[in-house]
Design a protein around this ligand. Sequence first.
Ligand SMILES: Cc1ncc(COP(=O)(O)O)c(C=O)c1O
Length: 406
Amino acid sequence: MNELQKQFPILTVPENGKRLIYLDNAATTQKPLSVLKAVEDYYRQDNANPHRGVYELGVRATDAHENARVAVARFLHAAPEELIFTQNTSEGLNLVAYSYGLEFLKAGDEIALSVAEHHSNLVPWQRVAKATGAKLVYFYPGPDGRLSEEELDRKITDRTRLVAIAQVSNVLGLEAPVASVVRRARAVGAVVVLDCAQSAPHLPVDVKALDVDFAAFSGHKLYAPMGVGALYGKKALLEKMPPFLSGGDMIASVHEQSVSYAEIPRCFEAGTRNVGGEVGLEAAIRFMDSLGWEQIQAHEKALTARALKGLAAIPHITVYGEPVPEERCGVISFNVDGVHPHDTATILDASGIAVRAGHHCAQPLMEFLGITACARASFAVYNTEEDVDAFLSSVEQVRRWMGLGT
Ligand SMILES: Cc1ncc(COP(=O)(O)O)c(C=O)c1O
C-alpha cells in the first residue's frame, strides 16, 4: 500500500479476504482522511443552520457554507454568485431543465444532445420536450465513439435552442468536442449545458474558457461526500430564470398572495443546505490541489494506457470507444465474448476487484452499440499499476471460469 492509498481508510479493509482493488470510480470515489476530518470537524465545531442564526455559531456555519461556495466556484473558474450548491449532477441538470427549459423553450424548438448521454442529461430533456413541444435531436458517434464535425453541423441548426452534452462520456470515457459544440451553438443562439460529472474529477474545467452557459458536477465522484454537487450558470441567464424548488431561504419577502425571491444564487437554494457536504467538497478540492492536475492526469492516463494495452492483448475482449489512452478520462468499458458483464464483474469481485456492470444509466447508448450491458473499469488517483495488473489477470481468466476455454 502506497502513501496515497493510506489516506483512504476503506482501501485498507480487505474485500473477499483480499486487498480491495476499487475500479468503480466513475460511479463514486472513495474519500480521503482529510475530507472525512473536514466533515467531522464541521459537525463537531461549526454546525448550525446557515443564513438563519445571528449568534456566533450560526455565523460560523454561514461562513463555512459561503467559503465552500468560493472554493467550488474557483475550482470551476466561476464567480461565487454563479455557483449554486446542489445534491449532485442530476439535480443541477434538472434545475436547468425546469427553470430554463420549461420557461424558455417552445414547440418547434430543438434540443440537441448525444445518444451517449447519461440518463441524468437525457430524461430531464425528454420531459421538457414533452411539456413544451420541443423536439429532441440526437448526435450519433462514429465507430470510434467520437462526434464528428459533420454530425454537429447536421444536428445544430437554426432551430436548436439548447445543446446538452457530457464533457466526458461515462461509458466511452472520451472527451466531447466542447469547443466545436459551443462555437456552433453560439452561431445559432443556443445555450450549452455541460455535464461535468465525469470530467471534473479528471481534468481542469474552466467554464469561462469553455464559454458554456451551464455546467454541473457531483462532489462524490471527486473524493467528496455524497449528497453535494454544484451547478454553474451564467449570471445573465440565472437572473432571468424562475426558481426551481421553493421554500425557506430562497425568498426576499413573502406575503399572503405574493413573493419576491432572493438574489442569485440563493433563490436556487431552497431549504437547509448540506453544509457538512459542502465543507467536505472544499476539502476534496484542496486534496486534489495538493496533488495538482499535472500529476493527477499523468497518473490516470498511465493507468489507462496500461489497462488498454493489456486488454488489447487478451483475446475475446471488445473495448467500446477508440482505445486512445491520451484522450480517455480514466474510463474503460468492455465486454468479454460470450460472458454477461454481470458474470465478469462477479468473477473479478472474487479477487477483490470492484468494477461496474450494467447499462451505466446510458441505455440509448447501449441500444446504439447493439448491446444491453457492459463491464466498466474506471480509475482514480489512488489506483496503481498493481491494481491494473490484477484487473488484467482476472479478466484473462473470465472465459475459463465460465467454461468457455481461453
Ligand atoms: C456523465 C454522468 N452524468 C451524470 C451523472 C449523474 O451523477 P449523479 O448520480 O451524481 O447525479 C453521472 C453518474 O454516473 C454521469 O456519469
